[in-house]
Design a binder for this molecule. Structure first.
Ligand code: ADP
Ligand code: ZN
Length: 810
């Protein structure tokens, strides 16, 4: 029922109800009470038909302003989502339900001070008394049909008869956690450790706490890979104290940031800053794309543009792909501006998120930094939106509405008179295309801002290595360079786009591959856990000792993940300190920061990681980057596979040589002649772009067409196939009726999805291209069949997903 319904506003609420308010309404045959949002108020002289009346408002203020209502409607039409999905973007769940105004009767003898003529006030206060002298505003509205309730309440508050408070009890769920702390003086530690000669784990705990002062028990257990037993025995001996304490998730609250003064921009930076500043000063709106190589000083440009915006009395949003992966960007904004910044990251608790949100609404902050959803930050006077690494796929939402933050940024920019600045070393093909056509204003930065130069990239053809008898995962060149780097005390980053140990387990006799029972995908072997894991649904299974299919005992591990690389590198270079950064090693809170901190302090010689290490890291002592596996991305069955590979290689390579010394990148591949690998190795965006654009033109992919991806899933293979076929036929039928007969170019599918089964549900997909047919027509057909009349065409058991301008087709 995703529709707008009309309700009559009751007489006594005429002056109270405003657009953007939340109200209770009676709904359906049984007049069930539902929460609703007022999107529009119409004045009608005389009603021609009967209408239900809305019941009462939930708050006395609108929680959506006009611009936000417009944005909701835009999101709905653009992404074909439900109103409520769009509303939940603007006011994240958990925010609306936290804040409740509560009224307290504080003057028992109120009857004296209120004249008997004030009937409404008397009624109100009697009701409040009957409710025990305390009630939420919502409750009062539901009990009383009084005009101007809200202003009357203010009056009574001024007379000190009642008190209005925010009930925050529901949200101040203070999170406590158990922390462990040494209960020893500095000089006691040494002798006590000596008494624990036979208790290795206990010794480790004491040493760890000596270094880290205090740590949650959970982290301690995770990090030291221990059980509770040694900890308990230390507690019993009185060496360690356990304390329950509030657990602060906000990582920036207690950190003092070094102040970072403004830099004098170089020539390239200056041109960009000057040009964009004229737009800021004239309150003009426009989208700019800064294509600047890694380390060319884009962040410094963002900082200076933000400063100009603040000078104009306006506010700004900076989007980063993921807060946890870009700590240095956040640090730099704190370092430059100090106060007045809200950081919205994904693991804020509801209460913390609420606080940040409140700060923004109340105008206490002028800068919002956050990942994708921060694009909806309710700044009232928006002047600039910056999207760093604009090509990143995390800017596209995977849940409804499946919006792209860059598109929302452009929309908000236009509506609210703000400029939009997109930046990347590897702009998305679509954005660069818009830049080249003049839709976006394009700037290019070609030099690193410091004296550093781009690293030299050497391609190693792994087929040749094999031919010459090297079956190792490391080429001889990379091996030699790592060795050299260790000797000269330089740091190395090794990149592999696969976590886990082995990528799959397979039987050499019968070829059987261990697949997830619920998904059509090979399971990954994780050695630390000694199990197999499905990276799609998280299913875990013990490792088989014999082939489940033929019983052969030679079942074997193939492919390489980060864990295996870690083992191999450890065995090759036993003297090196090795760190690993992937989803498994950073699942413990704070582990991520700790690894980076250790790397920064040069406690780690070699850092192995997945794409987590590709972004934003700026460590001057890293002179060598080894790209062990980029081919996996290249072989993805997706039209963006080449683009993604190019971006990944460029980003990872960009981590090398940021300091005084020149960096070197070794790029191992089985596809050295592939254009995206060849271009990335030469830091040649434009030849990659030209080649890719030609292919996109030839095979009809964005930016030359727009796509709509429709997915169907069901537990029943037969059913999902039939339904997707039926919908496809209907689409073709409607197209034909409208005179578009070349629908073989327009409607692709239905085909089984690339991962044909996930979590026991079979998946089919249909892809639409607006080839010589208006995109709006395609959208309206999809809306007609799959939204407005969904019940008619698709049984409820079949899940339908609609993705407008999909990023990946998987
Ligand atoms: P990007 O965001 O393009 O990767 P950064 O803004 O991080 O680039 O800049 C890379 C390095 O160059 C940083 O260490 C930064 O402090 C430095 N830098 C940037 N601009 C200047 C400048 N104008 N003068 C000197 N150093 C600069
Ligand atoms: Zn699975």
């Amino acid at each position: 029922m995703d529709k707008i319904f009309d309700y009559k506003i009751p007489e006594h609420l005429l002056e109270t109800i405003k657009e953007g308010m939340r109200v209770m309404v009676p709904f359906g045959m049984g007049n069930k009470r539902l929460e609703a949002y007022i999107l529009n108020i119409k004045v009608v002289e005389e009603l021609q038909y009967s209408l239900k009346e809305l019941l009462y408002p939930i708050e006395d203020e609108a929680i959506l302003d006009k611009k936000q209502i417009k944005l909701i409607v835009w999101l709905k039409n653009k992404y074909l989502c439900k109103y409520i999905d769009a509303i939940h973007c603007i006011i994240p769940a958990g925010i609306v339900n936290i804040e409740k105004k509560v009224l307290h009767l504080i003057e028992e003898d109120w009857e004296k001070s209120i004249g008997s003529k004030s009937k409404n006030q008397i009624e109100l206060l009697r009701t409040l008394k009957s409710l025990g002298g305390k009630a939420t505003l919502e409750k009062l509205y539901s009990r009383l049909a009084i005009k101007n309730l809200s202003s009357m309440l203010k009056l009574l508050e001024e007379k000190k008869i009642i008190q209005i408070e925010y009930d925050i009890s529901s949200r101040v769920k203070v999170q406590t956690q158990q922390y462990a702390k040494l209960n020893l003086e500095e000089d006691e530690i040494e002798p006590i450790i000596n008494t624990l000669k036979n208790a290795k784990k206990q010794r480790e705990i004491i040493l760890f706490l000596k270094q880290h002062k205090m740590c949650t028990v959970r982290e301690l257990i995770d990090l030291l890979k221990i059980t509770r037993a040694p900890l308990n025995s230390l507690v019993n001996k009185g060496y360690i104290l356990l304390i329950d304490q509030e657990y602060k998730r906000e990582p920036y609250k207690n950190i003092k940031f070094e102040s970072l003064p403004k830099m004098i921009p170089n020539i390239e930076q200056k041109e960009v800053i000057q040009e964009i500043t004229t737009y800021i000063q004239q309150d003009k709106t426009k989208t700019f794309l800064i294509h600047g190589i890694t380390g060319s000083g884009k962040t410094e440009i963002y900082l200076q543009l933000m400063e100009e915006t603040l000078k104009k009395g306006k506010q700004g949003i900076i989007l980063v792909p993921e807060i946890a992966l870009t700590p240095q960007t956040v640090e730099r904004f704190y370092g430059r501006f100090g106060e007045g910044i809200a950081v919205l990251h994904s693991n804020l608790s509801e209460g913390e998120r609420f606080d940040e949100w409140r700060k923004i609404i109340e105008g206490k902050v002028n800068i919002v930094i956050g990942a994708r959803s921060a694009i909806f930050a309710p700044l009232k006077n928006l002047g600039i939106i910056i999207v760093d690494e604009e090509h990143e796929h995390t800017y596209k939402s995977e849940t409804n509405p499946k919006y792209h933050a860059v598109e929302v940024a452009n929309y908000r920019g236009k509506e609210e008179g703000a400029i939009v600045v997109l930046g990347s070393a590897t702009p998305s093909i679509e954005s660069y295309y818009k830049g080249s056509k003049g839709d976006f204003s394009l700037f290019t930065l070609t030099k690193r801002a410091t004296s550093a130069t781009l690293p030299e990239v050497e391609i190693i053809d792994m087929r040749e290595e094999l031919d010459q008898g090297n079956k190792n995962i490391l080429s001889r060149k990379l091996y030699a360079l790592i060795e050299e780097n260790l000797k000269s005390k330089k740091q190395t980053i090794l990149f592999l786009n696969r976590r886990g140990y082995a990528t799959f387990i397979s039987c050499p006799q019968c070829g059987y591959v261990v697949k997830c029972r619920r998904c059509d995908i090979a399971m990954t072997y994780h050695r630390t856990m000694k199990n197999l894991q499905c990276h799609y649904c998280g299913e875990k299974e013990g490792e088989p000792s014999i082939c489940p299919s033929c019983g052969d005992s030679q079942i074997n591990y193939f492919g390489t993940g980060t864990q295996k690389i870690e083992d191999l590198i450890t065995s090759y270079f036993p003297q090196a300190v090795i760190g690993r950064m992937d989803m498994d090693s950073t699942s413990v809170k704070g582990a991520h920061q700790r690894i980076l901190e250790d790397f920064k302090k040069e406690k780690i010689n070699i850092l192995i990681g997945t794409q987590m290490i590709s972004k934003g890291l700026d460590f001057p002592n890293v002179t060598l980057v080894g790209i062990i596996g980029a081919d996996a991305t290249l072989n993805l069955p997706d039209f963006r596979a080449s683009e993604k590979t190019f971006q990944l290689i460029t980003q990872v390579a960009g981590r090398a040589g940021r300091g005084l010394e020149k960096g070197k990148v070794i790029l191992q591949t089985f596809n050295p002649e592939h254009y995206s690998i060849a271009a990335a190795s030469k830091h040649d965006y434009s030849s990659f772009y030209d080649e890719e654009l030609n292919l996109r033109r030839e095979f009809l992919y964005p930016p030359f067409v727009q796509l709509i991806h429709i997915s169907f899933s069901s537990k029943n293979l037969e059913e999902v196939h039939t339904i997707s076929q039926k919908i496809t036929n209907n689409i073709k039928y409607i197209l034909k009726a409208k005179g578009y007969t070349a629908y073989d170019e327009i409607v692709l599918g239905p085909n089984p999805a690339i991962i044909a089964k996930v979590k026991e549900r079979y998946r089919y997909q249909v892809l639409l291209k607006n080839h010589e047919v208006p995109y709006t027509l395609l959208k309206s057909i999809v809306k007609y069949l799959l939204i407005d009349n969904r019940q008619k065409f698709v049984p409820a058991r079949v899940t339908v997903g609609i993705d407008i301008d999909p990023l990946y087709i998987l």
